[in-house]
Structure formats: structure tokens, C-alpha cells
Design a protein around this ligand. Structure first.
Ligand SMILES: Cc1cc2nc3c(=O)[nH]c(=O)nc-3n(C[C@H](O)[C@H](O)[C@H](O)COP(=O)(O)OP(=O)(O)OC[C@H]3O[C@@H](n4cnc5c(N)ncnc54)[C@H](O)[C@@H]3O)c2cc1C
Length: 468
């Protein structure tokens, strides 16, 4: 994809839709250039496209009224959580109003006996875990950024714990959603399972703001495990590291985390977070359970890794050390950016069936080497998901994109050929639109019809997920 030029829609206080919104929200409708600029970009290299205005909503009724006003004037709405997405998700490609729900940040209920909770969409994952700290419960989904749970639902996010606890798909039980025409609807229930009708919850999970605005989320929670231990193991070859992952998953060992970094990324986190791990392909593990069960899992994985040429396990048992380790993993993106100061990051991710992971990673590594490019590779490999980070020099962007774009195209083509997907967790935004046809074929037309049914005037985050 050629990097899009910055799109600018001007903010006009004479616009009748914005005037009505201003009457509703007062100072909570911002036309300020800096606020609009900040809401028109995500955390990646994708060009900014500021909205005409930013509306800061505080409750469901207000969100519904904003939607009704925008529906009346046919003004696009781009929902916004914390803006940490990576595929141009929040850029206002067709102008309109950015609807920032970060002020809707209350944990509404925690049902300890049922292991679930209800939160407003602006609550972040760290805020929820802070709220739960004395309850013996936690919420496991952990994208690197401290994203909002509304944004995580909308992107079907996952993270390092997904191999054990699933992604947002498995952990959202129900939603409150404001539709494009301003109705407030509830999907799902608090029951652990249901066979009653179409699963609208799953439809909104991963819809990236294109079907409605999520205002509340019912989430599953988990008991904090009795014992947790983390270990680091380096390998002489990438093949050894990936084969260890595959065997661990195929044997059904319930690791909580199994993360891969290649030697370039290990170098980056050594420098960034003051570690001294060997500059080799490395796996980071975490085991959850009782003391005995954690020990048993670790022994089994150690045996597998020994057979694949793994080093001794370096244990991180104290909580502080473990936190430092996972903090560094979560900061892998920023650590890699620091390898090329001033660069902009273009992270891309694909996901393949676990049995094809070695083929996909090794072919990709060979492709990168043959292109003579310098590209860190990290992965939530227990899920068959891995990421490349292209470090783009903004001074030479056009030329560099000519080298990275074909590499990304081949990466996606390879993942699809192996039965995988063009994105395991970052989503489509506008950056991966062009792969939707290849991945979904005829069912893309059905997705268009669903979009049309939910959003007949194409007002909800237009230009994302579904190619025109
Ligand atoms: C350093 C770093 C590491 C990351 N690591 C991971 C990772 O490991 N796993 C992963 O999955 N992602 C990862 N991400 C990507 C990002 O954090 C996730 O996509 C996250 O879910 C986005 O949440 P957000 O609140 O920032 O959403 P935003 O960026 O604000 O919005 C994302 C999309 O969701 C829509 N949206 C937001 N809120 C709502 C709402 N209330 N209702 C309807 N639609 C809404 C927006 O319109 C947009 O399309 C990472 C990002 C960074 C910067």
C-alpha cells in the first residue's frame, strides 16, 4: 500500500450538525486543531486524518443522542478508545466526528461468584486489573498498550496470555451498543453459554467501530493462579525455538505464555530494558497453576526444548523480575523503534495454524534476508501468531515503502496459503483492506450486506474493514 497522503477536513463551527452537538456537549465538543490531530492518528506509520470535531461522551444516553444527530445530518462517526491501534483504524478518512469514550471509565459491577464483570468502554485493561487487585481475580487479555476495553473489543484484541485464556472473542459475554441511528441495544447475557438466536455479541467483537458504538462490556474474569513462574530459553536456531513451541502446543501443555523474539528483537530489549539475554532466537514462557503443576509443566517444556537445542532455563521467579520481563515484552515495539532513532513503526501481524508456524516463520525470515532488510520478528507463537516490525525512515518514506510493501504482501500471501489469516490480532483498519477479498472470497459480499443492514448510510468509521 502506498502511504496515503494526509487527509484534512476543516472544522467549521457553522456546520449545523456540529452546532447541535455543541448544544448537547458544550465544551466537550472540541474543534481544536491539536485535539483533532491527536484523534486522527494511531500508534503506527499510517497518515493522520483528523476528524472535523472530537466529541467526549460521558454516558449511554449521550452517545445515543450524538449518534442520532450524526445520523440526521449523515455525518460519519469514528469511535475512539485510546488510539493505540496499528492499521490506520481511527483516521477520519471521510471526515466526521471522532467519538471519544475514554471518559466512560467506570467499572460498573464485579460478580466474584460468577467470575465476570461489567465495565464502561473507556476502562483500560490495566485500570480493570487495578480495580480487581484485592479480589483474587484478574482479566488476562493484554495487548502491549494499555488499551481501552471498548477498543480491545472492537479490534478483537489479544496478547501474550491468549494461548491459555483466549482472545477478546472468548472473553466478551455481552455488550451494550449504540447503533448508527442512535438506539441503545444489549447483546448477550451473563450465562456462560447460550444457544438463543444469532450471536450479535461476536458480530460486534472485531467490527472496528463500523457497526455501532460499544458503550459497556460484560467480561469473563479468572482466579489469580496459586503459583506463577516465568522462564527464558535461547536457541541456536529459529527452527529449534519454533519447533519447541509447536510440540508444546501439540502435547496440550497449558502454558500461559509462550513468546518468541528473534535475535534482532532480543538485542533491542537488552538495550531498552537493560537485560543481557543471549543474542539468539529466544522463547519467554510463563506457567500458571498450583506449585506442583507449574513445576510439572516446566519440566515437560524443558525436555522438549533440550531436544531442540535450547539453553538452560533462566528462571524469573520473583514477582518484580517477572513484571520487568513482561513489561519489556510489552514494550518490544518501542524497543525496536529505538534501534533506528527517528524511524516510524509499521508493525504487521499474521497468524497460521500451529503446524505451519515453522514453515511460515522460516520462509519469512529467508525472504527478509534475501531482501537485505533489517526487520525484528516477535510472536505470540503459542497461537501461531507473529509480527514483523518495519522501521521506516520518514525522510525516505516513499522509497522505503517500495521495499517493505512487497514483503508485507508476500507475508500475507504466505499466511493465507498456509490456511492462516492476514491479521491475528491487530485487525484491518484501512491498512489491510486490500487483503480482505483474498481471505474471505465470496463471504465478503455477505459482510457488505451486514454492514448495510447495521449502517445503511455508511456513517460508522467509513473506509475501514470492508473494501468499497
Ligand atoms: C506497543 C503496542 C503493542 C500492542 N500490542 C498488541 C497486542 O499484543 N495484541 C493486540 O491485539 N493489539 C496490540 N496492539 C494494538 C492495540 O493496542 C489494540 O488494537 C487495542 O485493542 C486498541 O485499543 P484502543 O482503545 O487503543 O482502540 P483505538 O485505537 O482507539 O480504536 C481501535 C478501533 O476500535 C474502534 N473503537 C474504539 N473504541 C470503540 C468503541 N467503544 N466502540 C466501537 N468501536 C470502538 C475504533 O473506531 C477503531 O476502529 C498494540 C499496540 C501498541 C501501540
Amino acid at each position: 500500500m502506498k502511504q496515503s497522503k494526509k487527509t484534512t477536513y476543516s472544522a467549521s463551527s457553522k456546520d449545523p450538525c456540529l452546532q447541535e452537538l455543541q448544544k448537547l456537549l458544550g465544551e466537550r465538543l472540541s474543534l481544536s486543531e491539536s485535539v483533532r490531530e491527536q484523534h486522527g492518528r494511531d500508534e503506527s506509520f499510517h497518515a493522520s486524518a483528523p476528524p472535523e470535531a472530537v466529541a467526549f461522551a460521558e454516558n449511554n444516553d449521550e452517545v445515543a443522542e450524538i449518534a442520532r444527530i450524526c445520523f440526521q445530518y449523515k455525518k460519519p462517526i469514528i469511535p475512539f478508545g485510546t488510539g493505540t491501534s496499528l492499521e490506520g483504524h481511527v483516521a477520519a478518512l471521510h471526515g466526521g466526528v471522532c467519538l471519544d469514550v475514554s471518559g466512560m471509565n467506570q467499572v460498573l459491577e464485579v460478580n466474584e461468584n460468577d467470575l465476570d464483570c461489567r465495565v464502561q468502554a473507556g476502562v483500560t485493561r490495566k485500570q480493570l486489573n487495578q480495580h480487581l487487585r484485592n479480589s483474587g481475580l484478574f482479566f488476562p487479555i493484554d495487548p502491549g498498550a494499555d488499551a481501552s476495553l471498548g477498543g480491545m473489543t472492537a479490534t478483537r484484541a489479544s496478547g501474550t496470555n491468549a494461548v491459555r485464556y483466549g482472545t477478546m472473542r472468548e472473553n466478551v459475554m455481552g455488550l451494550t451498543v449504540v447503533t448508527a441511528d442512535g438506539r441503545i441495544i444489549r447483546t448477550g447475557t451473563r450465562a456462560r453459554k447460550s444457544s438463543a438466536g444469532y450471536d450479535l455479541t461476536r458480530l460486534f467483537v472485531g467490527s472496528e467501530g463500523t457497526l455501532g458504538i460499544i458503550t459497556e462490556i460484560q467480561l469473563r474474569l479468572y482466579g489469580v493462579p496459586e503459583a506463577i513462574s516465568a522462564a527464558v530459553c535461547s536457541f541456536e536456531t529459529m527452527e529449534g525455538a519454533v519447533n519447541t513451541t509447536i510440540s508444546t502446543i501439540q502435547m496440550g501443555i497449558p502454558v500461559a505464555r509462550i513468546e518468541l523474539m528473534d535475535e534482532v528483537q532480543v538485542d533491542a530489549i537488552n538495550r531498552y530494558a537493560d537485560f543481557d539475554y543471549a543474542l539468539k532466537p529466544t522463547l519467554f514462557f510463563e506457567f500458571h497453576g498450583t506449585e506442583a503443576w507449574v513445576k510439572e509443566q516446566a519440566e515437560m517444556v524443558k525436555e522438549i526444548s533440550n531436544d531442540e537445542g535450547g539453553s538452560d532455563f533462566q528462571w524469573e521467579t520473583r514477582e518484580q523480575e517477572r513484571q520487568k520481563l513482561w513489561e519489556a515484552r510489552h514494550n518490544a515495539y518501542y524497543a525496536a523503534l529505538a534501534l533506528r532513532p527517528g524511524s516510524k513503526g509499521w508493525p504487521t501481524d499474521v497468524c497460521v495454524p500451529i503446524s505451519r508456524l515453522a514453515d511460515c516463520i522460516l520462509e519469512t525470515r529467508q525472504d527478509i534476508d534475501e531482501c537485505g532488510l533489517f526487520v525484528p520478528l516477535v510472536g505470540h507463537v503459542g497461537d501461531g501468531n507473529f509480527h514483523l516490525l518495519f522501521l521506516i525512515d520518514p525522510e525516505n518514506e516513499e522509497e522505503e515503502l517500495k521495499r517493505y510493501q512487497p514483503l508485507n504482501d508476500r507475508l500475507v500471501e504466505r499466511a493465507l496459503r498456509m490456511g492462516g489469516t492476514c491479521s491475528g490480532e491487530h485487525g484491518i483498519g484501512s491498512g489491510k483492506l486490500k487483503y480482505m477479498e483474498a481471505e474471505h472470497g465470496d463471504s465478503l459480499e455477505l459482510m457488505r450486506q451486514i454492514k448495510q443492514a447495521f449502517d445503511p448510510h455508511n456513517l460508522m468509521n467509513p473506509g475501514k474493514v470492508i473494501p468499497a
